[in-house]
Ligand binder design. Structure first.
Ligand code: 3HC
Ligand code: NAI
Length: 698
């Protein structure tokens, strides 16, 4: 009958078993198969109940996301859920693994729900820029009330079985084979004469303060609109008949599906998975990866060690002296206590990590047995070369030697060893045990199994790993330097750092560039400017007003003063009154007459600078695909997920429009705004960055 739905019977129970690996997404074939199997069960006079169950690791993970954006195919999911609910037979869903989105909507179309104790349910559509579109916003609040339904719809979180039962979503929890416990439950229901129980016939949820709830959700979403649409859909469940509520939900769902935000988020969903699938790594076995060494226990080294410990790896950390070693241990123990408090690890796991899995030493000999070493010492080529020379001498043959450098040349570091094939860059982001991004920097001579091991490490640490080539700043920091410079230029020309920060947080960034600079430490940029001063192009515009603040010893948040003033012990900040004065002095010295900028112009210039440099990074092969750049910005730089990444944003704007802006800005500053050749080619040939992504995926 159907390839993806198997039909069998057990006495008076028809069993509809979904077999659509890997996660039983509700493809057209699944929807049609379920609908036909319902017809078949209803046509059989012996059948009294229908059990829907999933094969493999999940009941149903939701609608098939690959079908979004394609012409709709019958039967559609809302109709299927309504058709299941309208059955004269008693319908039961037996859930295991995850039951998400459209999967939960199918289960809510059933009359009874049984689940494994480990099952989780949820409506994660908000993470795709959507809301539930097959009755989830209409049926769920009839079981849970409006507030709990709104929380589920707007957070998209996975709800554990126990909580779902308390909320009224699950009727019974029973451990065992999902089909067996489902059939037994169906038999009980039949023998007790349990009635059909259609949620659509239950009372509508009571009213709440809809506008205040909507405003709260929109504020939390920082520009993302689908959460608010979810609130309005639940409001419709309360205020309209079930049928009209379904129509209202459908209208909102269709609007969200057509939005750029859902396109951005769906792009993120697929590419955060695709980014570490490198064709050249197929069939390449990674090297052993049981124990790791970390050199330097400062901000990054301590974070990397914590991440490795939390992933159950043994760590040997080397510092320069006893005091530094004690400080490093203190930092790591602090982070592990944080993980304990947040429930990430148990007390006994915490104690084992601190006492036996972590060794802190001052002697490199302790590294003789580790599988991989990550160097995180000062950002200074001479220091790094010395460290790599020592590592070369003590590490066992085949051990991987990695650097966490932010900008330095990994080829040059590799050349300081007798085994450049074993050297790689592993660029983490601060705080390293929390930030999801890992750039795997492949140097000229890096062996392919060393690359595979870099990706394997990323996987074990729960990171999104992206391949990067060697250049100043790799993918992320190179692009960051460029769009930061665009912001600096706007300041010189008259926009205030505070307007820029606000315009960009309104756009959806977690923080504006000047607040970020304060957080990272203004000394970093100051040192970089000094390092690059010698090789500077004569046309390069580099503001120096902020260096004056650094010369006075103010480095941003850590010293209490930067672009903003920070009160000790508080996250609150206010603009620093010294900054406008310093800017005005520099403008006067450069004979610049400041002008006004609209927020829109700020965003356009910032984004165009980002896109132009990102395109060059792809053009030069530093990033493998445009989507790789997008994932770097999303997971390392606070780029709003609902915009998909800079190159997805550019596609959605229209590349011709983006290029026209860059060419217009180039008339003022031809050196900074030189258009990317790749961008020009795409515009000429009428193609998009996504076309390049697709071509690479083939
Ligand atoms: N549609 C299509 N493909 C899906 C899918 C879906 N709903 N969910 C997962 N997949 C694919 C993934 O892309 C991945 O493919 P790949 O192997 O080619 O990369 C594969 O299934 C396995 O997924 P994961 O690697 O993510 O496996 P995990 O075990 O780590 O996670 C999961 C499983 C929790 C189900 C996770 O994949 C997930 O969160 N999926 C999305 C769930 C979701 O958003 N559902 C709502 C869809 S929208 C909807 O239902 C609209 C409705 O209201 C009308
Ligand atoms: P940090 O100054 O906090 O820590 C450096 C540590 O290395 C110090 O504790 C120092 O005692 C130790 N050290 C110096 N020389 C050593 C040696 N020869 N042997 C053993 N230990 C030694 O610096 P941070 O911020 O942790 O940076 C480290 C590296 O990570 C740099 O290359 C930096 O560019 C890079 N990085 C930094 C990021 C950040 O946000 N801070 C982000 C990503 C990379």
């Amino acid at each position: 009958m159907s390839d993806v739905i198997s039909y069998s019977t057990s006495g008076p129970v028809a069993i509809l078993r979904i077999q659509n690996p890997p996660v039983n997404a509700l493809s057209q074939a699944v929807r049609q198969g379920l609908s036909e199997a319902m017809d078949r069960a209803e046509a059989d006079v012996e059948i009294k109940a229908v059990l829907i169950v999933g094969e493999g690791r999940a009941f149903i993970a939701g609608a098939d996301i690959t079908e979004f954006g394609k012409p709709p195919m019958e039967p559609n999911l809302p109709d299927l859920c309504t058709r299941i609910e309208a059955s004269p037979l008693v319908v039961i869903a037996s859930m295991h693994g995850v039951t998400l989105g459209g999967g939960l909507e199918v289960a809510l179309g059933a009359h009874y729900r049984i689940a494994q104790p480990t099952a989780r349910v949820g409506l994660p559509e908000v993470h795709l820029g959507l809301l539930p579109g097959a009755g989830g916003t209409q049926r769920l609040p009839r079981l849970t009330g409006a507030e709990k339904a709104i929380e589920a719809v707007t957070s998209g979180r996975q709800i554990k079985a126990d909580e779902a039962r308390e909320m009224g979503i699950i009727d019974k929890i029973e451990e065992g084979d999902p089909q067996e416990v489902g059939v037994a439950y169906a038999m009980d229901l039949i023998s007790s004469g349990a009635p059909r129980r259609a949620i659509s016939e239950m009372a509508a949820p009571s009213s709440i303060d809809w506008d205040a709830t909507y405003d709260g959700v929109m504020k939390k979403g920082r520009g993302q609109i689908s959460g608010g649409a979810g609130v309005r859909a639940v409001q419709a469940a309360s205020e309209l008949s079930f049928a009209d509520g379904m129509a209202a939900e459908r209208k909102l769902f269709t609007e969200m599906l057509a939005s750029d935000q859902s396109k951005g988020m769906i792009h993120a969903f697929f590419n955060e998975r695709a980014v570490s699938n490198l064709p050249e790594l197929k069939g390449v076995a990674p090297r052993a990866l049981q124990s790791i060494g970390v050199i330097g226990g400062g901000t990054m080294g301590a974070g990397i060690a914590t991440a490795a410990l939390l992933a159950q790896m043994e760590v040997v950390l080397i510092e320069t002296g006893e005091a530094q070693a004690a400080a490093a241990r203190g930092r790591i123990e602090g982070s592990l206590s944080g993980a304990l408090k947040r429930g990430k690890i148990s007390q006994s796991q915490h104690d084992a990590l601190v006492t036996s899995a972590l060794t802190v030493a001052v002697n490199y000999d302790s590294l003789s047995t580790v599988d991989l070493v990550i160097e995180a010492v000062f950002e200074d080529m001479a220091v790094k070369k010395e460290v790599f020379g020592k590592l070369d001498a003590v590490c066992k043959p085949g051990a991987i030697l990695a650097s966490n450098t932010s900008y330095l040349d990994v080829d040059e570091i590799a050349a300081a060893t007798s085994r450049p094939a074993d050297v790689i860059g592993l660029h983490f982001f601060s705080p390293a045990h929390i930030m999801k991004l890992l750039e795997v920097v492949v140097a000229d001579k890096t062996a392919i199994d060393v690359v595979a091991t870099g990706f394997e490490l990323g996987k074990r640490l729960g990171k999104i790993s992206v391949r990067a080539g060697v250049c100043d700043g790799f993918i992320g920091n190179r692009i960051l330097a460029h769009y930061r410079t665009a912001a600096d230029h706007m300041v010189l020309d008259g926009a205030s750092p505070y307007q820029i920060d606000r315009a960009l947080t309104d756009f959806g960034f977690a923080m504006g560039p000047f607040a970020v600079a304060d957080l990272a430490g203004l000394d970093i940029g100051w040192m970089t400017r000094k390092r690059k001063a010698a090789g500077r192009h004569p046309d390069e515009r580099v503001p120096t007003y902020i260096d004056k603040l650094c010369e006075e010893g103010h480095f941003g948040r850590k010293t209490g003063e930067g672009y903003y003033l920070y009160e000790a012990g508080s996250h609150a900040s206010v603009p620093n009154p010294k900054i406008p004065v310093l800017i005005a002095d520099e403008q006067a010295a450069l004979e610049i007459t400041p002008r006004d900028f609209s927020d829109e112009e700020i965003v356009t210039r910032y984004m165009c600078a980002m896109v132009n440099e990102a395109a060059k990074v792809v053009e030069e092969g530093i990033a493998r695909r445009p989507a790789d750049v997008d994932m770097v910005l999303l997971f390392g730089y606070g780029f709003p997920r609902f915009r998909g990444g800079p190159l997805k944003w550019a596609d959605l704007q229209g590349l011709d429009k983006v290029l026209a802006n860059i060419e217009r800005f180039a008339q003022e500053d031809a050196w900074f705004w030189k258009p990317s050749a790749l961008l020009e080619q795409l515009v000429t040939s009428g193609r998009s960055f996504d076309d390049l992504n697709r071509a690479q995926a083939k």
